[in-house]
Each structure stands twice: as C-alpha cells, then as structure tokens.
Design a protein around this ligand. Structure first.
Ligand code: COA
Length: 175
C-alpha cells in the first residue's frame, strides 16, 4: 500500500506527558517564541511573567524555565498534580500545555495552552485539549478551569467552541 501523502492540514499529532526535566529549556524557548501580549491575564501578572497587561517581563525566559523545571515531575503517577504535556509531529514540538489536576477535589486547571504560532487554526489545539480532557476524566476530574486574557478574543472563541463557560471577570487596580 503506498504511504499516505503528508497533509499539513491534517497533521499526525502525538500528545504525551513530559517527565524529562532536561526538556525545560527547550519548552521555555517554545513558550517565549509563541506567546504575544493578548495572552497576558491575571496569572501572568501575579507570577511576574508580565509587568503589565501589555508588557512581558524582560526575564520571561528565565521565569518560564524555572517554572517548568519545578513543574515537570520526575515520574508521572495518578497523584501528580502539575503536569506538562507536549504535542509533537514528526518529533517536533508543535504545542505545549501546563495543567494542574487536583483529583481529590475533582477539578483541574489548564494553566497554559500554546500552539506553534505558524500552525494555528489547523486542529492542533483541539486535539491537545481533547487529550487533556480525556486524561482528566481518567483522573476523576469533573471540572476544568482556565483563564484567558481579556483581549485574547481568538482564544475565547476557541474555548467557547469547546463548550467552556465564562463564569467570572477578574478586576485589579494598581496602587
Ligand atoms: C488558542 C489556541 C490554543 C487554539 O489552537 P489552534 O490549534 O489554533 O485551534 P484549532 O485549529 O484546534 O481550532 C480552531 C479554532 O480556534 C480558533 N482560533 C483561536 N486562536 C486561533 C489562531 N491564533 N489562529 C487560528 N485560529 C484560532 C479559530 O477561530 C477556530 O475556531 P472555529 O473552529 O470556530 O473556526 C492557539 O490558537 C494558540 O496557541 N493561541 C495562542 C495562545 C493562547 O492564546 N492560548 C490560550 C490561552 S487561554
């Protein structure tokens, strides 16, 4: 049978949990290369990733690198809370997500979800999100929460399309 011709509109995507801390540098590079300021929400402000709604911290790479080093577990077990997942195509990282599962409380967070900026709108984010949801179900997670920057309209459209419900607005004031 002839090999199926590679179709960039239908990428063959493999999702897997990351358990190699040595990947933190590569993943931090991917993160920094593929986010823009609409991604900034209150999480970015409180963790110091961003200094304002329209401004990343100039040390973003170092901040993300440290975060990922802490969050990549040595081993993946059902009790692992912080988890990093990558989606790859032909061994190339095409998307990344940071999730936080709290199975004892039956809920989880998607802290980050980022698709390679040159490959958006081709179904990669949908595959990765569906994979995370399936893993969450097997960890007895009943609700997944996430936050998204107020100006990140494309992401809002994406999540609403996946039946996520907007349940709050977050306010802050600079003193
Ligand atoms: C949001 C994101 C994860 C979606 O992944 P994706 O692979 O682009 O999305 P898919 O191809 O699976 O789904 C396409 C849908 O997402 C929407 N979408 C969201 N952001 C998009 C983008 N930057 N480019 C193209 N489509 C985008 C499309 O409008 C489309 O909706 P439709 O099916 O009603 O037409 C991805 O665009 C991304 O990484 N954005 C930047 C980081 C970000 O904002 N992450 C979310 C943080 S809360």
């Amino acid at each position: 049978m002839p090999e199926e011709k590679y179709n960039p509109r239908k990428p063959i995507i493999i999702c897997k949990w990351v358990t190699d801390k040595k990947l933190a540098r590569k993943l931090a590079n991917f993160f920094v290369k593929n986010v823009s300021t609409p991604y900034i929400s209150h999480g970015e402000l409180i963790t110091g990733r961003a200094t304002a709604l329209n401004s990343w911290n100039k040390n973003l790479f170092q901040i993300i690198f440290k975060e990922l080093q802490t969050k990549i577990p040595k081993r993946q077990t059902k009790l692992t809370n912080h988890r990093i997942v990558v989606a790859t195509e032909k061994d190339k990282i095409i998307a990344l997500a940071v999730v936080h599962f709290l199975p004892k409380n039956n809920y989880g967070f998607i802290e980050d979800l980022i698709v390679d900026s040159s490959r958006r709108g081709r179904g990669i984010g949908s595959v990765l999100l569906a994979w995370i949801e399936e893993e969450a179900r097997t960890s007895r997670i009943e609700r997944i929460f996430l936050e998204s920057g107020i100006h990140n309209k494309l992401a809002h459209h994406f999540f609403e399309g996946k039946k996520y419900i907007n349940c709050s607005r977050i306010f802050f004031k600079v003193l």
